[in-house]
Design a protein around this ligand. Structure first.
Ligand code: GFB
Length: 313
C-alpha cells in the first residue's frame, strides 16, 4: 500500500541483478533479514526478453522487487556506446516494472544514478533539480533511460496506486565492481592501475582527464543498507538521493589510492580522456532526515576495497 511502511519479514524479495556490484551487496545485506531472497542467473533469465521476465515474475511471485539490474559503465563506456546504454536500460526497466504491475507485486525499488541531474545543477543537488537543465553529454543516454524509469514508477504510482519508488545512488564502489579499464568507473580503474604500478614497479599512475572534477563516493554496502531502509520506510512519488556527502577531486582520490596501495603518488594526467561532469554532489538531506546515514568513510572503504581486490588476484 502506498504511503505505508513495508515489513520485510516473511516476504519474498527478488534482487534483480544479483550478480552485479549493487545486487550482490543487496543479497549480502538481506541475509540479515528474515525474508526469502529470490535470484535468477543471467543464463536462466534474460532481462531483455519481456515475455521471459513476465513469466518469471508470475511464477516467483515476489512481494518486493529491488531493481538493481542495469547496463552500467564509466565515462568512456557511456560515451562510446550510447545506444547500448539507452536501449538496454530502457528495455530492462520497462520489462521488470511492467511485469511488477501486471503481477501485482506489492513494492518495487528502482535504482537510478546521480547523472540524471543537469550538468550544471546547483550543488549540492536536490531532488527537485531533475529536468531543470541540459544533461552531461558523456552520459546523456544512460541518464535519459534512468529518468524514464523514474517517471515510469511515478506514472504507475499515480494511475494505479502501485508502491513503486526510485532512489538515486551517488558514485559507488566495492566488491564485484568492474575492473576492466575501458568500461570501469574511476575508483575500480585507479585501484587496478595502482596495483599494476606496484606489482610491475612502474613509475607513475595514469589518471584520465584533468583531475579537477569532483565526485561523491559511497561504499556499495552503505548503499545496499540505504536501499533496504528505503524499501521498508519510504513510499513517495518523488525519487530520493542516496549520497555520502564525501566529495573529493579526482586528483586527490588518485593520491589517496596511491597511499592505500602503497606506491608513490606520481600522477600522469591523460588529457585526451573526458572529464565529464565538473561536480555532482547530491543533497541527501531527505534521506538523512528519515534517520539513515552512511557508516563507511571513504578512507576505510577504500582500504577494504583494495584488500578485497588484492585477495582476488
Ligand atoms: O567514474 P567515472 O568513469 O564516471 O569517471 P562519471 C569519473 C571521473 O574520473 C572522470 C576520471 O572525470 C574521469 O575522467 N578518471 C580518471 C577516470 N581516471 C580514470 C580512469 O582510469 N577510469 C575512469 N573511468 N575514470 C559516470 C557515468 O560518470 O558515473 C555513468 O558515465 C554513471 O552514467 C556513473 O552515472 C555513476 O562519474 O564521470
Amino acid at each position: 500500500m502506498i504511503g505505508q511502511t513495508f515489513e520485510l519479514q516473511g516476504k519474498k524479495i527478488w534482487v534483480c541483478g544479483d550478480r552485479g556490484m549493487v545486487g550482490s551487496a543487496l543479497v549480502r545485506r538481506l541475509a540479515t533479514e528474515r525474508c526469502e531472497i529470490i535470484t535468477a542467473p543471467r543464463s536462466a533469465l534474460d532481462l531483455l526478453d519481456a515475455e521471459a521476465v513476465d513469466k518469471f515474475v508470475q511464477k516467483a511471485s515476489p512481494d518486493l522487487i529491488l531493481l538493481a539490474a542495469a547496463k552500467v559503465g564509466g565515462i568512456l563506456a557511456n560515451n562510446s556506446f550510447p545506444a547500448d546504454f539507452f536501449q538496454q536500460n530502457l528495455d530492462i526497466q520497462n520489462n521488470v516494472i511492467k511485469s511488477a504491475f501486471k503481477n501485482k507485486v506489492s513494492k518495487l525499488v528502482f535504482l537510478g544514478s546521480s547523472c540524471i541531474y543537469p550538468k550544471l545543477a546547483p550543488q549540492p543537488i536536490r531532488e527537485d533539480a531533475l529536468l531543470t537543465g541540459p544533461l552531461e553529454p558523456t552520459n546523456e543516454w544512460y541518464a535519459i533511460a534512468k529518468i524514464a524509469g523514474i517517471r515510469q514508477c511515478e506514472a504507475y504510482r499515480r494511475q494505479f496506486k502501485c508502491d513503486f519508488i526510485s532512489c538515486m545512488p551517488t558514485n559507488l564502489y566495492g566488491p564485484n565492481d568492474n575492473f576492466d579499464l575501458e568500461t570501469s568507473h574511476v575508483l575500480a580503474a585507479l585501484i587496478a592501475k595502482a596495483h599494476k604500478v606496484k606489482s610491475q614497479r612502474l613509475d607513475s599512475l595514469e589518471v584520465w582527464g584533468t583531475g579537477t572534477p569532483l565526485r561523491e563516493f559511497m561504499h556499495v554496502d552503505d548503499c545496499a543498507d540505504a536501499i533496504v531502509f528505503l524499501a521498508k520506510n519510504y513510499s513517495d512519488a518523488l525519487h530520493i538521493n542516496v549520497g555520502s556527502g564525501e566529495e573529493v577531486s579526482i586528483a586527490d582520490l588518485a593520491r589517496l589510492v596511491c597511499e592505500v596501495v602503497g606506491i608513490s603518488d606520481r600522477l600522469r594526467f591523460d588529457s585526451s580522456k573526458p572529464d565529464g561532469s565538473p561536480r555532482k554532489l547530491m543533497d541527501s538531506t531527505r534521506l538523512s532526515s528519515m534517520g539513515w546515514s552512511p557508516r563507511i568513510s571513504l578512507n576505510d572503504g577504500l582500504r577494504a576495497f583494495y584488500d578485497w581486490y588484492a585477495s582476488c588476484r
